[in-house]
Design a binder for this molecule. Structure first.
Ligand SMILES: [Mg+2]
Length: 177
C-alpha cells in the first residue's frame, strides 16, 4: 500500500461489472425477456419483470459461476488502471450477501483487474471503511461514508438527487484523473 496517495474505494456490481446485463441474459435465455427491457427509473431490474418470474433473480445470483463471466463496464479497466497511478485503489464489494460469489468475484478481478493486489480487495458486509472517495451505485453504502461520495448511475438509483453523480467511467476519468 502506498500511503502517500489518497484512498479510492470502488464497488463491483453495477460499477465495475455490468451485473444487470448478466441478469438480462439469463432472463432472456430462460423466459424470452428482451435484452432491451424497459427499466423504470427507481426500480430494481426484477421489479420490471412479470411477477411470476421476477423471484428467479435470487436463484440466479446464488448459483456458483454467476459472478464469474459478467462483462466489465465500458472503460472501467483502462480508467481504474490510470486511477491506480494517482490513488490507492480499493475494490470494496458487499460479497458476503452471496456466499457463492466470493471465489467468482476474486477470479473475475484477477482476470480483468490483475493490477489490483489482493491487499486492496475487500469483500465485506456493511462498507465500514475509511477512504477519501467511494464510488458506488447503492445509496445505502454511500449514506454513512465519511468521504466524497460518487453515485454511479444505475436505473435503480435515478431518482436520488442528493448525491454527486457519475454516469459512466469516462465521467469518472474526467472528474478524478
Ligand atoms: Mg453495486
Amino acid at each position: 500500500m502506498d500511503n502517500d496517495k489518497p484512498r479510492l474505494a470502488i464497488d463491483m456490481d453495477e460499477v465495475l461489472a455490468d451485473t444487470h446485463y448478466k441478469f438480462l441474459t439469463l432472463f432472456h435465455r430462460d423466459f424470452g425477456i428482451p435484452m432491451d427491457l424497459h427499466q423504470e427509473p427507481g426500480k430494481e431490474l426484477h421489479e420490471n419483470l412479470p411477477e411470476e418470474i421476477n423471484g428467479q433473480w435470487e436463484l440466479y445470483v446464488n448459483e456458483k459461476g454467476f459472478f464469474r463471466d459478467i462483462p466489465p463496464m465500458p472503460y472501467a479497466i483502462d480508467t481504474v488502471k490510470a486511477l491506480s497511478e494517482k490513488y490507492n485503489v480499493y475494490i470494496v464489494s458487499a460479497a458476503m450477501e452471496f456466499r457463492n460469489s466470493l471465489e467468482d468475484k476474486f477470479d473475475w478481478l484477477g482476470e480483468y483487474f490483475p493490477f489490483i493486489e489482493w491487499t486492496n480487495i475487500l469483500f465485506t458486509g456493511d462498507k465500514i471503511i475509511s477512504a477519501n472517495i467511494l464510488i458506488d451505485d447503492r445509496t445505502r453504502n454511500l449514506k454513512n461514508f465519511n468521504g466524497r461520495k460518487l453515485l454511479f448511475t444505475s436505473p435503480h438509483n435515478l431518482l436520488f438527487k442528493e448525491y454527486e453523480r457519475v454516469n459512466n467511467w469516462q465521467e469518472v476519468a474526467e472528474l478524478l484523473l
